[in-house]
Design a protein around this ligand. Sequence first.
Ligand code: NAD
Ligand code: MG
Length: 385
Amino acid sequence: MSQKRIAIFGSTGSIGTQALEVIAANPNIFSVEVLTAQTNDELLVQQAFKFKPNVVVIGDERKYTKVKDALAGTDVKVFAGEKALEEVAALDIYDLMLAAIVGYAGLKPTLEALKNGKPVALANKETLVVAGDIVMQTAMEKRVPVIPVDSEHSAIFQCLVGETRNRIEKVILTASGGPFRGKKPNFLVNVKRDHALQHPNWTMGAKITIDSATLMNKGLEMIEAKWLFNLKPEQIQVVIHPQSIIHSMVQFEDGSIKAQMGVPDMKLPIQYAMAFPQRLPNDFPRLNFRNMNTLSFEEPDVKTFRNLGLAIEALGKGGNMPCILNAANEIAVYAFLRNRIGFLDMTEVVEQTMTKISHIEAPTLEEYFESDGEARSFAASLIQM
Ligand code: NAD
Ligand code: MG
């Protein structure tokens, strides 16, 4: 069997580095063709020496010479800049893209891969939040799969294997509740970035960790689920499950519910997506039911964690509203990470931006780009005040 050639977009991040661990453990099954990073040139170069890709892309063009010089004497081709990400995504040198860039920046390269008939293992949920209809339409036209990496969506995807003819009644997305579960606004108002960056169950990149603390992450995941599994908003339910053992569930028309479980470890959904439809043996920690005394569930507190409510509103309105929500949220999260605004201010920024930017029911791709730009400028103007 020939190796599956993987292109990792965002190889220096939390998902990217874990994907490389999976690849290193399965050298006969996977090879690395493309690695990309935004700013961490040192790690990118180190990864290139170890995995010998065909191409690397450094997003930050000021670092091009540094990367090029470091890789002189190897066969690795070096490119730089945002446009290069799209150009490399369009090359016919790989079999599967792992879309592991964070945020809106992941949209264009992912779309380019799909346009060129490349299957995508999708970690970058923002891609579907921003332009889910266009992304899924492109995948359908090109007959290529979008395989979820996000643990909840991987769980649902795994529950759906063998169920192609059976209608989904609803999906139940589990959420840990993050580090501030049970807290009220009078506590949240004083939360600082370092505290919000401590997630109880998962170690992830900074942006998704903050999104998990505000529950925006679960809202983005509801929108992601809508597009991946072709669901109506009312078919998507969120339940808080603090132990993160059940990664999500599907309820079918006969009332039967399937769940996918495991210890919280992103390497499993990453490996599943990269090897799909095969399951690969591994030495990841196993779940032991005898050591587990409680699996608990509760309703999410949308009154306190208003970001989830805003995402549900955007999901219901559809069109460019999720794109607006996402853009404002990215601006708000990065401002919070730079200690420019408080924890609860993030919600204000998102809410006001959603009120301000005009709703378009069925946007073109260009209109999505414009909405993103307008929402970002408006959100940023709120923060500078
Ligand atoms: P991260 O911040 O750790 O890594 C992000 C990667 O994207 C890095 O390689 C970085 O160089 C690159 N990048 C950042 N900005 C970029 C830009 N403007 N242009 C090009 N590349 C850029 O993030 P992460 O936690 O690995 O998350 C990646 C994606 O996967 C996110 O969309 C996140 O929501 C999703 N996801 C992550 C996890 C997790 O456990 N980390 C779980 C589920 C889903
Ligand atoms: Mg998730």
